[in-house]
Design a protein around this ligand. Structure first.
Ligand code: CTP
Length: 439
């Protein structure tokens, strides 16, 4: 007898989402096609969890069907004709209570991989073909949403059994050759779900790593995988498992994680949460960039730069990571020393993007550096002089290096609380110009 998940759907998912799914199933039937939930949505459903990304497979013409559903649901749509897929984005405040939901629609397909690691050729197939091209048994299940069989589980490769056994298993030995990004996905699901990669699958990963299969993946796809790891709740667990399986050599041969990686990752989470509350008016720096900095901590600047280039990270991300890596060891020691003035702290931290400052904060070993960095974030970074070049010009100072030196001196005194008002700033300038004060 077929396993029926209709009850589970109603207990796990909000009623409005169940109704939406049923409506999609009905509309597909009206167009002569059967429809199924697939992928992570089904995995999570079988595990009793809700997932906000609804993956639906229809037997024919997902794009045409998605266009029709976009009108019915008042959703925006993105189409990908090369893959025969489309995504519906339900309006943020949906009248059906489905706001913010994302529905991916695909046509059932059979994939053939002409060459390892490149995107496959795609042809129409049936549900079993479609499930067979997938990464792991736990992700290769479907649930029918067609009227008359709504809720019936399709599980030809033992996904539910493997969820029970808490294992990550590929469907066939060629899986990592077809798509080496699965080397990383295996670790990601294992760590997220608290499962174990099954022994045979682990052996296949080791072989794929030994044969450097990841060299065949485009930089963009590799980067997306790494970012997906960093968007996990506990990326350091993935880092550590990737390191154990020798996977991180794709970044740089011989790369090692820093020994206090797990501690720093925990600190990063706390510090980012603190920052969001302490500075609600500031942009909130992405948590994943902090994890990227952590991941790359063990690399030299040159190796990090090479890796960022290979992974085609944007100029902005590259500049932020490289700024953090280029802080001289001497300055990091100074931050921990207790011997810095406000101006000294400012000089070290001001040239850095806030992401790098926050990373220094989280990775600092001692309380002194954290105290300095907190003072910088709370106070010093906002300090600006009220006197500018024009004001100095009026006092007879000509533009040039001396003017720059004078402005820096005013800022220094201001950081130390010695020139709190515009009058005091100008008084200081007069004292310097008349020789009563030296700089
Ligand atoms: N898939 C695959 N091989 C890949 C990527 C995806 O077989 N390299 C299949 C899997 O069946 C997966 C589905 O496509 O379940 C959807 O992919 P994705 O959205 O990346 O993963 P999810 O399983 O939905 O996981 P998440 O919860 O992280 O979104």
């Amino acid at each position: 007898m077929k396993r029926d998940l209709a009850g589970k759907m109603t207990s796990v998912l909000p009623p409005k989402i169940v109704r939406l799914i049923a409506l999609i199933g009905e509309k597909a039937r009206d167009g002569g096609s059967r429809a199924y939930l697939t992928g992570g949505f089904v995995r999570d459903l079988v595990m009793g969890r809700a997932n906000k990304d609804v993956d639906i497979m229809v037997e024919r013409d997902a794009i045409g069907f998605a266009e029709q559903m976009a009108c019915v649901l008042n959703a925006s749509i993105a189409v990908y004709p090369r893959f025969g897929t489309a995504t519906l984005f339900l309006p943020p405040i949906g009248s059906r209570g489905t706001g913010g939901l994302r529905v991916d629609l695909t046509t059932a397909r059979r994939e053939t991989y002409k060459k390892p690691a490149v995107l496959p050729d795609v042809a129409e197939g049936d549900i079993k073909d479609d499930l067979f091209r997938r990464d792991f048994t736990i992700n290769a299940m479907a649930v029918s949403i067609s009227p008359g069989e709504f809720g019936a589980l399709v599980d030809p490769y033992g996904g539910e059994r493997d969820i029970g056994k808490k294992i990550i298993r590929v469907l066939h030995p060629g899986s990592f050759i077809d798509d080496p990004t699965r080397i990383f996905r295996a670790v990601r699901f294992e760590q997220r779900l608290g499962f174990k990669i099954e022994t045979g699958t682990k052996r296949l990963i080791r072989t794929a790593v030994r044969e450097k299969m990841f060299d065949k993946i485009s930089g963009e796809r590799l980067r997306n995988e790494l970012v997906a790891v960093m968007n996990e709740k506990y990326p350091e667990r993935c880092f550590s498992r990737m390191s154990q399986l020798d996977e991180i050599r794709f970044i740089s041969p011989g790369m090692k994680l820093v020994p206090d990686c797990a501690r720093v990752a925990g600190q990063i989470r706390k510090d980012h949460a603190w920052y969001a509350v302490a500075f609600p008016e500031e942009d909130h720096p992405g948590l994943w960039i902090a994890y990227l900095m952590l991941f790359m901590s063990g690399l030299t600047s040159r190796a990090a730069e090479r890796a960022l280039k290979r992974l085609i990270f944007s100029k902005d991300v590259t500049a932020k990571v490289m700024a953090q890596k280029s802080v001289p060891r001497k300055e990091i020691e100074l931050l921990g020393s207790g011997r810095l003035t406000a101006a000294g702290i400012y000089d070290i931290l001001k040239p850095l993007p806030v992401e790098a400052v926050l990373f220094l904060y989280s990775s600092a070993g001692g309380t002194q550096a954290r105290k300095y960095i907190r003072a910088y974030l709370r106070k010093y970074r906002y300090v600006v002089t009220e006197t500018d070049g024009n004001a100095l010009h009026e006092l007879g100072v000509r533009p040039g290096p001396f003017m720059g030196k004078l402005l820096r001196e005013i800022l220094r005194r201001k950081l130390e609380g010695k020139a709190p008002t515009k009058e005091r700033e100008l008084g200081l300038v007069r004292d310097i110009l008349s020789g009563r004060e030296r700089i």
